[in-house]
Ligand binder design. Structure first.
Ligand code: TXA
Ligand code: MG
Length: 325
């Protein structure tokens, strides 16, 4: 059931969580499919609903950094210190991998001894966390290997009746998933690039921070290596046109108004930004993919952007989404 998010519907959603059910809710990055992180039944249901391989662990959401000890084992002083230093980036689009406390269903399911924790910066997510008083395990609310949803309508199309309540809080402002950073190992590593950059974390921590998840990189977050995050329509970069492109019904996702770069007229064109501003591209990219995927096209073409800063996160997602030849 899709409900406009307000005090009453959030209370209803909190009740669903309390009895082990699932609710979808907005965050500033993408919509999440939430369940009680301590309930084996709820965690089981999340994996089943998404068709997610159990090797791919879930992010657990908290309202407040003060509760982090309930989930993470911070007895190692150097890890505790890292958490203290990174905490000013919360609430925000950042998930931090830490040693886990024992007995947390969301962690036990994937058989790891670490947990990814995130404190989202979205009033509806915050209110749901506060009202339910539950640590909410929430992957993106899409079936495994599909594009993350950035509106409640995307979630409804994907999961519809499988979710008891979908809280509608409008479009996700940032539009791509949180940065995942591993603070457990000697070297701090970004496992998934996002809005929070390595440079930003490095400055705060006074430590070197590297990207493990380069597009061709080997060391990835568990479960990420095989993921495609694709639309159902074939997707290609505009510099990789098939020979028979003129016979195909094409959609085109352009990153700037000028200089379209195609020498034929696509069936539909969506422009994400006037001048390829990475913030605007990120905010609009998934919506454009969802929308073009509805148009029964043969092919979606997409621009490339610079592969640095936020552009790195955008290119990471696109490299996973393009059709593998
Ligand atoms: O922005 C987001 O992070 C959204 C919203 C809903 O918070 N959530 C999200 O969750 O994108 P999901 O499940 O789609 O992606 C979680 C990522 C996966 O790449 C997973 O492998 C990684 O986080 N991850 C989770 N727990 C981990 C752990 N213990 N160690 C390493 N990576 C982990
Ligand atoms: Mg996901």
């Amino acid at each position: 059931m899709l409900l406009k998010a307000n005090h009453e519907s959030i209370a209803q959603a909190a009740n669903v969580l309390a009895r082990g059910g699932l609710v979808a809710f907005p965050t500033e990055t993408v919509y999440g499919l939430g369940g009680d992180a301590r309930s084996h039944a709820a965690v089981e249901l999340i994996y089943k609903t998404k068709g997610r391989p159990s090797s791919n662990p879930l992010i657990v959401h908290l309202a407040n950094v003060f509760d982090i000890n309930e989930l993470a084992d911070l007895r190692n002083p150097s890890i505790a210190q890292r958490v203290q230093k990174i905490a000013p980036l919360w609430p925000g689009p950042l998930s931090v991998v830490l040693p886990s406390q024992p007995g947390i269903a969301a962690v036990e399911h994937s058989g790891l001894n670490t947990i990814a924790v995130r404190i989202p910066n979205h009033p509806i997510a915050q209110e749901l966390l506060l009202q339910s008083k539950i640590a909410i395990a929430a992957p993106s609310a899409n079936p495994s290997n599909f594009i993350s949803p950035t509106t409640a309508q995307h979630v409804e199309r994907y999961l519809g009746s499988k979710v008891e309540i979908i809280l509608d809080g409008g479009e996700s402002v940032l539009g791509i998933e949180s940065t995942v950073v591993d603070l457990c190992s000697d070297k701090i590593q970004i496992l998934r690039p996002g809005f929070i950059l390595a440079e930003t974390i490095s400055e705060l921590m006074n430590e070197e921070v590297t990207y493990a998840t380069s597009v061709s990189g080997e060391k990835l977050s568990p479960g990420m290596s095989q993921m495609h995050y694709s639309p159902t329509t074939q997707l290609r970069f505009i510099d990789s046109l098939p020979k028979n492109v003129s016979e195909l019904k094409c959609g085109y996702i352009a990153f700037r108004t000028q200089n379209c770069g195609l020498n034929f007229k696509p069936e539909i064109q969506m422009v994400l930004s006037e001048n390829a501003d990475p913030n605007q591209i990120a905010a609009n990219l998934y919506s454009a993919l969802h929308s073009l995927d509805q148009h029964k096209l043969d092919l979606i073409l997409v621009d490339r952007c610079i592969n640095s800063g936020l552009g790195m996160a955008i290119m990471d997602r696109l490299e996973r989404a393009v059709t593998k030849l």
